[in-house]
Write a protein that binds this ligand. Structure first.
Ligand code: FO1
Length: 311
């Protein structure tokens, strides 16, 4: 089995490729982007995986349901309610059902199983934790807000000084996640944001412990091409955590978790000159990591399978 640690729009491309090429996969999803909005519990990263694998994802945006309408949201706006978070009408059904099930006492992992079944997705999608915790942004003028508020409401346009995981001390790895990690032949860190998609999982104490004991299985996929993030606010968040926003910074950040790392062949020169010398215990691999078409998603999945699973 291949387990993928995933979060956000960058990760779903890798998950989709592996799902098509291999099937025997499990996904452990970031949950720190989850939040309550209009009294509904929203789990963007879990939903992106479920919609992505069920062929329901709006691929252009990278989130939400394809072809969705926004009547509900527009009416909220008309009556003067907050409308900065793009909840589509079809997408809304997921949040309403999930919130109802949560209120009936179901765990997030059980609810996620329910949706996977509903959308005919025959693999395990596991929330990194059943405990709610949130990634918060601390602005330079000392305000604290949820990641979604920072990125969507304020368009990421406020200077920031730090990122914290609010309530993470209460979060625990689930027994299912622990078992799946142990039973996997390889564990792939998807090319998600290292701070808010993958780092938010690594910072759960019990998760961190479990992963560090399985270091020889971990393969990290870079979210950078030519030292620039493929998408999203990766550099901003790395800087806020005082990590150099470059391939070098990524290697330093992930070096305690993995001995195998895959980077874009456009970043190879920097490695020859410097990075490999400082990290001689890590095997660096270089290939075309851009997955901007279904063919490239599949080709990259094949690359992972042949180089790390069937090696
Ligand atoms: N991202 C946006 O940039 N704007 C939105 O309005 C927005 C709405 C949204 C609704 C449901 C959902 O599952 C995801 C949504 N996202 C939106 C994506 C999401 O905020 C982030 O990309 C992820 O949390 C990053 O991992």
């Amino acid at each position: 089995m291949i387990t993928i640690l995933a979060g956000g729009t960058g990760s779903v491309k890798l998950v989709r490729g592996l799902y098509k090429e291999f099937k025997n996969i499990a996904v452990i999803s970031n949950v720190a982007d989850n939040f309550w909005f209009y009294g509904l519990y929203i789990c963007p990263d879990i939903d992106t995986i479920i919609y992505g694998l069920g062929n329901n994802l709006d691929k252009k945006k990278g989130w939400g349901v394809k072809g969705d309408s926004f009547n509900f949201l527009n009416y909220m706006k008309d009556i003067g309610e907050e409308s900065w978070f793009g909840l589509g009408d079809r997408d809304l059904t997921t949040h309403i059902i999930r919130t109802k099930l949560l209120k009936e006492g179901k765990k997030l992992s059980e609810i996620t199983d329910f949706f996977a079944k509903k959308y005919n997705i025959p693999i395990k999608i596991i929330p990194a934790s059943n405990t709610h915790y949130e990634t918060h942004i601390i602005t330079k003028d000392k305000k604290e807000m949820h990641l979604q508020e920072f990125w969507i409401k304020y368009k990421g346009d406020i200077p920031i000084s730090d990122i914290v995981y609010h309530n993470i001390e209460k979060a625990q790895i689930t027994e299912t996640a622990k078992k799946i990690l142990q039973n996997s032949k390889i564990i792939v860190f998807a090319p998600g944001n290292p701070i808010t998609s993958i780092g938010s999982i690594l910072n759960i104490k019990s998760f961190n412990k479990a992963l560090k004991s399985l270091k020889e299985k971990v393969v990290v996929i870079s979210p950078f091409i030519s030292n620039k993030a493929i998408s999203g606010p990766t550099e901003t968040y790395m800087k806020a955590k005082e990590i150099e926003p470059s391939a070098q910074g990524l290697v330093d950040f992930y070096s305690e978790y993995a001995n195998e790392m895959v980077f874009s062949n456009k970043d190879e020169i920097g490695f020859r000159e410097q990075i490999s010398k400082n990290h001689q215990n890590i095997n660096f691999h270089f290939t075309n990591i851009l997955m901007d078409t279904p063919i490239k998603e599949k080709n990259f999945a094949k690359y992972i399978i042949s180089n790390f699973y069937n090696k």
